[in-house]
Design a protein around this ligand. Structure first.
Ligand code: SF4
Length: 492
């Protein structure tokens, strides 16, 4: 009988979190790869699932060598399981065996074959182990998309294949950048990537390795204002809830870029039921909190079911009146804006969508329709853009962006000065340039197209407007004020 080799691996972005599993089956010349994902699981469950899926794929009773880099799986199935069975699926200290359902399944499958479970060290250069690891991690990345067509570009090889990284670039450096800050560009964004302002936002750049002295891992001071997992409470009436660290697309200038460090196996973040319950209890105790901001990551990477659970829990808090959702989904994955999602968003509280979009080229026909669908459901959309060198740091581009928002009933809201996150100095625009740009907008385009230019003061001191450029002097009740044409006036 030919021996079948089964290589397996599981991964989880957050533990619990979004999980993926990968399997490679080999028998002689024949090879087959399998992978899958689950929205809310654990690393151990994914490791077990990979082994189960591998064995389930066998049609006939076989002699199998099953390779896993999980000691939990290998030791569990070869040693611990005998005691568990004897103790009626209880551990030595009489606690129920975790993942009993999967252990029972694996055990039953193993009995149908002659299986040798072999542990291999993960990431030790074994080609097959690397392959199944990639399958599992890719499955996680695919999980933030709700349709299989919208596959994401996640590797240097794919970027090169698409001609997005030129041979003349420092490939080693870019590889190091991707290792540190993963790349994630869905095909819905790739369609627009020929436009330079779109490309610059999402394609990794060797300059991301340059970290300036004043750049910070936590540029807006979230950590110091975080009383518990996922909660940031800086202002008295608002609480920010980070529900996931996954995004629909990974922006190279992300102000929470450090979250990307944790996006792969084991260290990611997806708010668990317990986290949400704790956050809800925290908010319930603080009657002054009238608004909850769902953020991350991107909350719309969550399934409708998970999002509804979170929104329902917030809705149950009497004194919370407003829910804001920070997202890039309408422009990065317009298909995510489904009827089902709209039903979830139309809840008992006032819901606002805060749309992150930096260039009018990001808003094509499909994206505009997705925004219209949200607005037609009675949910206002407010814009948030980041002022970025090479992307939108010119009057014409900014004016076009704000006019595009207004034309599509999206209310221009914030123009953020770039935060001091690590490795993003190549995107930085001087404050004076930003002030001049918004001053020109004020004079030349409609009042409904005016964003507020703001800075988040590093260290967690909050947002502050940067638009005092019109006021030259202020003494007592007297102002020296400049109009949009540069004429100076005294006002008292
Ligand atoms: S959408 Fe926001 S959180 Fe996500 S990568 Fe872009 S800037 Fe960061």
């Amino acid at each position: 009988m030919a021996i079948v080799e089964i290589w397996t691996d599981g991964a989880c972005s957050g533990n619990p979190g979004v999980g993926g599993w990968g399997v490679l089956l080999r028998c002689g010349e024949f090879e087959k790869e399998l992978s899958g994902r689950e929205p809310d699981t654990t690393n151990n469950r994914m490791e077990l699932t990979a082994a189960i899926k591998g064995l389930e794929a066998l049609r006939n009773s076989s002699e199998v060598k099953l390779y896993t880099d999980s000691q939990y799986v290998q030791k569990g199935i070869t040693e611990w399981i005998h005691g568990w069975k004897k103790n009626n699926w209880k551990t030595a200290d009489k606690k129920p065996v975790k993942n009993e359902d999967l252990w029972q399944k694996l055990c039953a499958l193993a009995e149908q074959h002659k299986v040798e479970f072999i542990w291999v060290r993960g990431h030790s250069g074994l080609e097959e182990n690397e392959r199944v690891d990639m399958l599992a991690v890719s499955a996680i990345h695919g999980c933030v998309y709700n349709d299989s067509e919208n596959k994401a570009c996640t590797s240097l090889k794919e970027l090169q294949g698409l001609g997005l990284i030129k041979e003349t670039e420092d490939i080693d450096a870019i590889e190091r950048v991707i290792e540190k800050y993963p790349v994630l560009i869905p095909s819905s964004v790739l369609k627009k990537i020929d436009a330079e302002p779109v490309r610059l936002q999402f394609v990794p750049d060797a300059r991301e390795l340059i970290v300036k002295e004043d750049e910070l891992a936590d540029p807006i001071g979230d950590w110091k204002d975080s009383p518990m997992t996922g909660v940031v409470h800086r202002y008295p009436d608002r609480v920010l809830l980070k529900v996931t660290n996954a995004c629909k697309v990974n922006c190279r200038f992300c102000f929470r870029k450090e979250r990307l460090l944790n996006q792969t196996v084991g260290g990611g973040f997806l708010a668990s039921e317990q986290d949400i319950d704790n956050a809800a209890a925290y908010i319930r105790e603080r009657k002054e909190v009238s608004e909850v901001l769902l953020s991350g990551g991107d909350p719309l990477t969550l399934s409708d079911k998970k999002l509804k659970t979170i929104i329902d829990k917030i809705c149950d808090i009497e004194h919370v009146k407003i829910i804001r959702i920070n997202t890039r989904a309408p422009v990065a994955d317009s298909k995510r804006i489904t009827d089902g999602l709209i039903r979830v968003l139309k809840c008992r509280k006032a819901v606002y969508i805060m749309l992150h979009c930096n260039h009018s080229k990001e808003l094509g026909e499909e994206e505009r329709l997705a925004c219209a669908k949200i607005i037609d459901a009675g949910i206002p959309i407010l814009s948030q853009s980041v002022l970025l060198k090479g992307v939108n740091d010119s009057y014409d581009v900014l004016a076009e962006l704000m006019k595009t928002f207004a034309k599509n009933r999206i209310i221009p809201h914030y123009l953020h000065h770039l935060d001091k996150a690590k490795g993003i100095s190549h995107f930085r625009v001087p404050i004076e340039t930003g002030q001049e740009l918004v001053k020109r907008l004020r004079g030349n385009i409609s009042g409904i197209c005016q964003p507020r230019y703001i800075i988040d003061i590093p260290g967690g001191f909050g947002k502050c407007p940067l638009e005092s450029a019109f006021i030259q002097e202020q003494k007592g009740g007297e102002l020296i004020i400049e109009d949009w044409k540069g004429r100076v006036h005294k006002y008292s």
